[in-house]
Design a protein around this ligand. Structure first.
Ligand SMILES: Nc1ncnc2c1ncn2[C@@H]1O[C@H](COP(=O)(O)OP(=O)(O)OP(=O)(O)O)[C@@H](O)[C@H]1O
Ligand code: SF4
Ligand SMILES: [Mg+2]
Length: 341
């Protein structure tokens, strides 16, 4: 049994413009100690998926239409607020995009780090402070005994993000959800934070759900990658398979827009033309069709299901121990063939 099993999650929002289908039939598994990435453009439903798992969506306007999220055997979506409070912070930790909005400006790091401990565990102030110093040291903050009394504005962006990771891990959760944890940071610091997450994962057997719009970040980080488009997972594969042979035109487009050392004047970066469909309108056929260079007339008549790529099943089964490669595209074999050229 996986640590987290998400099945058929559908979330929509009631807005002045009508219903917004933010997450549409999302399913995935995450094993204990595993790293998984949800990748996609802005608005594709990554954060709403993560927030729905731990009931952090404002309801209304959000409505969870269907779905199950089994975490350690319990359906998170059916838990009451008291049980959820136990799970949040204690069993599932979070790191969000912008450290400046996630840390309280008027509280010291020590006060913020020990808050979760005081809520979840009955420990003395002395023990809590010692644990906070230990946690700051673990995330690589120098002079943690002094830093524990610092205010957020006294730290650099990278240090604030480290402090947030320390905070998320105070109660030693089994799962860390990191939603764009490095977006606000410069490239060097980004790499350091990802390396820190990898190290913490190895040391504590932590499962990590990494959410990012940047496919370039996940290559060395996640074992499995789910690519989201317009609220749905459109491709799912191990990171190595996905990078070697994308089987959905959207993934191929994302890969071609990742800067590499080979990017040059002769081989400039490409972008995916067009924009995602209006989430208030129901889509007939494949939602990626208006932007897709592989589209055929048949792509208009029905929506492609998320299945092992046609024509690639045998190769996929050979390549992947789990044989769990999926793509929601009628032309996946053609896409994979083009990706190799
Ligand atoms: N509170 C809300 N009210 C109405 N619509 C919302 C709300 N929160 C999210 N949405 C909509 O749900 C969809 C998915 O949003 P979500 O925040 O999950 O995107 P995302 O993939 O995390 O994007 P980003 O990379 O920009 O963070 C979007 O169309 C968004 O406008
Ligand atoms: S199903 Fe058709 S339109 Fe959709 S991604 Fe595949 S080729 Fe493109
Ligand atoms: Mg988001």
């Amino acid at each position: 049994m996986s640590l987290l099993e998400v099945r058929n999650l559908r979330v929509r929002f009631e807005t002045a413009r009508g219903w917004v289908q933010a997450v549409d039939s999302v399913s995935f598994d995450l094993d204990a100690g595993e790293s998984l990435a949800l990748v996609g453009e802005s608005g594709s439903g990554k954060s709403v998926t993560a927030m729905a798992l731990v009931s952090l969506l404002p309801r209304p306007p959000a409505v969870i239409e269907t779905g199950e999220a089994r975490f350690d055997g319990r359906n998170l979506l059916a838990l009451g607020e008291r049980e959820l409070r136990r799970v949040r912070g204690r069993e599932i930790g979070f790191v969000f995009q912008d450290p400046s909005t996630s840390l309280h400006p008027l509280m010291t790091l020590g006060e913020q780090l020990t808050e979760a401990l005081r809520v979840h565990e009955k420990v003395s102030q002395r023990v809590a402070r010692a644990r906070a110093i230990e946690a700051l040291a673990e995330v690589g903050i120098a002079e943690p005994d002094a830093r524990v009394d610092s205010y957020p504005h006294e730290l650099s962006g990278g240090m604030r993000q480290r402090a947030l990771i320390a905070m998320a891990l105070m109660c030693r959760p089994k799962l860390l959800i990191a939603d764009e944890p490095t977006t606000a940071l410069d490239v060097t610091v980004q790499a350091q934070i990802l390396e820190l997450l990898r190290e913490l994962q190895r040391r504590h057997g932590l499962a990590i759900l990494l959410i990012t719009h940047d496919l370039g970040l996940v290559a060395d980080f996640a074992r499995r990658v789910h690519v989201m488009y317009a609220g749905s997972i459109v491709e799912s594969a191990s990171a190595s398979e996905l990078f070697a042979r994308p089987a959905h035109p959207y993934t191929l487009g994302l890969l071609r827009s990742v800067p590499t050392l080979a990017t040059s004047l002769e081989h400039p970066l490409s972008t995916i033309p067009g924009s995602a469909p209006d989430p208030t309108k129901s889509v007939h056929g494949c939602p990626f069709r208006p932007r897709c260079g592989f589209a055929l007339a048949s792509c208009e008549s029905s929506r492609p299901p998320l299945l092992p790529p046609l024509g690639l099943q045998r190769a996929a089964a050979l390549l992947s121990a789990q044989g769990s490669r999926r793509s929601a595209c009628f032309e996946s074999a053609r896409v994979a063939a083009e990706a190799r050229t």
